[in-house]
Ligand binder design. Structure first.
Ligand SMILES: Cc1cc2nc3c(=O)[nH]c(=O)nc-3n(C[C@H](O)[C@H](O)[C@H](O)COP(=O)(O)O)c2cc1C
Length: 184
């Protein structure tokens, strides 16, 4: 059971409205939209102010995405799927980070959510994508790292699909009593 209240300000309203989009039109992002989203990622805090996240922007028609989709399905023993892993979004942003830095995963998570909320505030849809993690850490890791310009010593953390959404899912439900403990 949700405990949603009417958002008290613009930031809270964007957080409240966001939900994953799994259908997009072919309309591309403007350069200004893409820049705003990237800046939101760059402005995210990182452990020890390390700024160890690398952002790789990939257009939806880049052939590497098809190869990655195939490798993901191969590793998961999946046949043809009704959708590719990014649901034909016009832009993907791959976040990689220093493999050996303790906070890389957390920092990538914070950065991707910053970008997600920035996109939502611009009226764009997003999908955070982790299902390609194994494909990007498997036997073809070096191949895909080169194709995606992932820096030496870095590895894939998470990706974000962005575009004009054509579906409108209701934000997910939650049970506050189940998930929150307040110590007196
Ligand atoms: C770390 C992470 C990885 C995710 N990976 C995928 C993914 O690979 N494919 C997908 O369709 N959704 C993915 N999602 C989206 C979640 O399924 C989604 O956030 C969740 O179902 C809640 O729905 P909402 O985003 O609409 O609130 C991912 C979300 C997170 C936070």
């Amino acid at each position: 059971m949700s405990d949603r209240k009417t958002a008290a300000n613009e930031v809270l309203s964007v957080i409240e409205k966001r939900s994953s989009a799994r259908a997009y039109s072919a309309e591309p992002l403007t350069q200004a939209e893409l820049d705003t989203i990237l800046e939101a990622g760059l402005m995210a805090p990182t452990g020890m102010n390390r700024k160890e996240i690398h952002f790789t922007v990939v257009k939806g028609d880049n052939p590497v995405l098809k190869e990655l989709d195939e490798e993901k399905r191969r590793m998961r023993g999946q046949g043809e799927q009704p959708h590719n892993f990014y649901y034909e979004a016009p832009v993907l942003i791959f976040l990689s980070a220093e493999t050996d830095f303790k906070w890389s995963r957390v920092d990538a998570g914070i950065a991707v959510e910053n970008m997600t909320l920035a996109a939502e505030s611009l009226g764009l849809g997003t999908l955070i994508i982790g299902c390609i993690y194994d494909a990007l850490h498997g036997e073809k890791q070096d191949y895909f790292s080169e194709k995606l310009c992932i820096p030496e010593g870095y590895s894939f953390q998470i990706a974000l699909a962005v575009g004009h959404k054509t579906d409108h899912k209701t934000p997910h439900d939650y049970d506050r009593a189940e998930q929150v403990t307040v110590l007196g």
